[in-house]
Design a protein. Structure first.
Length: 289
């Protein structure tokens, strides 16, 4: 039986569905019973557990052979780092007490840097990696690149103003972008067929590298309109994120992350990283649907 966290989000839902489709027993963790009902209808066992409640997490993991663990985002939190560190501590302790045979967990490109480095929210994933690497558990860190779904945050100006605001700079700089569908499918694959090692790191790139200019061109084609990519000046980025409903604390972390994507401090470490299949054009179609 497999335990899956994050099923109300993008990657966790794909992991759970893929495992169910493979005929496996799945237990999903949710914050309330209402969110778990769709999964119960699909045949999964549903457990209501708060990620800040370590004892409840241990109970939820007991009896499982493996689990997919992740730190859920909360872009409104006023102390994002410490809150995610606290969840990481709970997940690690619960996994140890439940004596899981294998833990697959969502990390990120750039998590090879220490949690004290300037990688923005990725610091929390670096912390999770450090904590799990210090245990005797068999673990697999899944480190994907930049989420293709992130472009959904600027759909309004794309559709209504025909501009694509970008924190990625320069606009023609290509980076690896991957869809959460590919991430979830890879995580499920790792649960079903665990790597041989005790401490594994799997980096995941997308189908191809894309720039902000490429993204604008893809939207132009889909919308049959000229979409112009626009660089958001760094000094305006924090306020732009706050205006979008993100806390100042998280906004500053995100700007820190983008700066270090742009200067290549956040980068892949494996020459032969795994690759996803979802293309930019396919993602644009999905976002516009």
């Amino acid at each position: 039986m497999f335990v899956v966290t994050g099923v109300t989000g993008n990657t966790g839902s794909v992991v759970a569905q893929t495992l169910l489709d493979a005929g496996k027993k799945v237990r999903v963790l949710v914050r309330n019973a209402e969110k778990g009902q769709p999964w119960q209808d699909k045949g999964a066992e549903v457990v209501v557990a708060d990620l800040f409640d370590q004892a409840a997490l241990t109970d939820a993991l007991n009896g499982a052979e493996a689990a997919y663990l992740m730190l859920p985002p909360d872009v409104t939190h006023t102390d994002f780092l410490q809150s995610r560190f606290d969840i990481a501590d709970n997940l690690v302790t619960a996994a140890q007490e439940a004596d899981l045979a294998h833990v697959v967990y969502l990390s990120s490109v750039g998590a090879h840097h220490a949690p004290t480095q300037t990688t923005g929210p990725i610091r929390t994933l670096a912390y999770l990696e450090e904590r799990l690497n210090a245990t005797e558990l068999k673990t697999t860190a899944l480190r994907p690149g930049y989420f293709l779904e992130n472009w959904g945050a600027v759909l309004h100006p794309i559709i209504h103003d025909h501009i694509l605001p970008s924190f990625l700079s320069p606009l023609d700089k290509k980076i690896d972008m991957v869809a959460t569908q590919d991430i979830g499918e890879k995580a499920a694959e790792l649960l079903l067929t665990p790597p041989a090692g005790q401490k594994n790191v799997i980096e995941l790139k997308g189908a191809a590298q894309y720039s902000a200019a490429d993204v604008a061109q893809a939207f132009s084609k889909a919308l049959k309109a000229d979409i112009t990519p626009i660089s958001v000046p760094q000094e305006a980025q924090v306020q732009a994120l706050i205006d979008a409903g993100i806390s100042a604390n998280v906004a500053n972390l995100l700007v820190e992350m983008y700066e270090n994507i742009n200067n290549d401090f956040i980068h892949f470490t494996q020459d032969e990283a795994a690759r996803g299949q979802v293309t930019l054009d396919a993602m644009v179609e999905k976002l516009l649907a």
